[in-house]
Design a protein around this ligand. Structure first.
Ligand SMILES: *Cc1c(COP(=O)(O)O)cnc(C)c1O
Length: 392
């Protein structure tokens, strides 16, 4: 919705409902299929799997639950370590702790995603490979998985990660919560969607994501056995429904038919939303490039971003104002903007964890910010954003 009033609030990312949302949700209400069973759950999984070209897709209650289940089915236990980015939303890091494992934090590169060069150096120079196990020399614990996050939709440089995983027998769990529709353009995985290359991929349909089901998540994997296990665990680990036998500790992580109905309708709009996001970023780029001291974060040469959230980096000297002052200017103009995350390795719960040579992520944490990126953004809204950037 375009903001007609010249000072109306512009959020960072708001959902857009332009298709069959009301129709599908109403159908759930009219038929009574509102809870954890119903045809929309199956349809959402099927349509989603088809879109991302995944062998198996299991819908669940949210992206964080998807990550939790992914770590369990990958066999990550409390004596394991998982390599994660420090520049990330906190959810994947917390999920590592849900299974009792320890995160090891990595730096990011200039596209915000995990720095694969530093990752390689860390694994080759600071770990030992003994009896098929990658041992972290500092902690003496086994590193069992790499969990890269496709930050703001930017695909991580997955090819070197997959090579390392193969060489050192590591599991790769992709956090694709922000990157539905992003894919690889060159190399071994050309044409493949983020989330479908590692062993398991996790997606989110939270209200701020590119499409939303109100709340929801999806676990995708090419491993049939892992998909079966995921489906079992999200539904209370029922071994015999009639006799209520549960041989493992299960979870109630199923998505509701209501949410899945919304997800189905949104998925129908995804291609359109991707086009709008690309138009938005192209417009922003044309108007931001001439402003000295501001850089719009671009997609890498090997991949195509869904440009879920637009990110700019402020060079304070060149621009003449700090990032934090600029954030205040946005707020004064009733436009939402925000610094990118407080780094995970600095969060209270993770301060004691190992963090490997974090530099670039600090620069982004101090000088980068997100600007409005909704599908509903109209030219008048974008002009207001650029006015703030130009005039400070
Ligand atoms: C949103 C998000 C999640 C969590 O998804 P929810 O559906 O909100 O639980 C996980 N990882 C990243 C990177 C996210 O942006």
């Amino acid at each position: 919705m375009c903001k007609i009033k010249s000072n109306a609030y512009i959020p960072l990312s708001e959902p857009s409902f332009r298709g069959n949302e009301i129709k599908y949700v109403t159908e759930c209400l009219e038929t009574g299929w509102v809870s954890s069973a119903g045809q929309y759950v199956n349809q959402f999984e099927k349509n989603f799997a088809k879109y991302v070209q995944a062998k198996n897709a299991v819908a669940c209650i949210n992206g964080t639950a998807a990550l939790h289940i992914a770590l369990i089915i990958a066999g990550i236990k409390s004596d394991h370590e998982v390599i994660v980015p420090t520049l990330s939303f906190i959810a994947p890091i917390n999920a590592v702790r849900y299974v009792g494992a320890e995160p090891v934090f990595m730096d990011c590169d200039s596209h915000l995603t995990m720095d694969v060069q530093k990752l390689t150096e860390f694994i080759e120079n600071e770990c030992d490979y003994l009896d098929g196990k990658l041992i972290n020399r500092q902690s003496r614990a086994q590193i069992r998985a790499i969990l890269p996050v496709h930050i703001f939709g930017v695909p991580v440089n997955i090819e070197p990660i997959m090579k390392l995983a193969k060489k050192y027998e590591l599991v790769v769990i992709e956090d694709s919560a922000e990157s539905l529709g992003s894919y690889y353009g060159t190399g071994n995985y050309s044409g493949q969607q983020t989330g479908t290359i590692g062993d398991i991929g996790c997606f989110s349909f939270n209200g701020n994501k590119i499409i939303t089901s109100g709340g929801g998540g999806m676990i995708v994997t090419r491993h049939e056995d892992l998909a079966v296990k995921a489906r079992y665990l999200i539904d209370q680990a029922k071994d015999d429904k009639g006799k209520s036998i549960h041989n493992e500790i299960g979870y109630n992580y199923r998505i509701s038919n209501l949410h899945a109905a919304l997800g189905c309708a949104q998925l129908e709009r995804l291609e359109e939303y991707l086009r709008i996001k690309r138009d938005n970023v192209n417009w922003y780029r044309n108007h931001i490039d001439p402003i000295p001291g501001i850089t719009l974060i671009d997609e890498p040469e090997y991949g195509v971003s869904n440009y879920w959230y637009n990110t700019i980096l402020i060079n304070e000297k060149e621009y003449g104002m700090s990032r934090d002052n600029l954030l205040e200017r946005f707020s004064e103009k009733n436009i939402e903007s925000r610094p990118i995350w407080h780094l995970c390795h600095l969060q209270k719960s993770y301060r004691d964890c190992q963090a490997h040579d974090i530099k670039k992520a600090c620069e982004f944490a101090n000088h980068a910010m997100n600007i409005p990126s909704s599908v509903s953004l109209c030219e008048e809204d974008r002009i207001r954003v650029i006015e703030v950037l130009k005039n400070g």
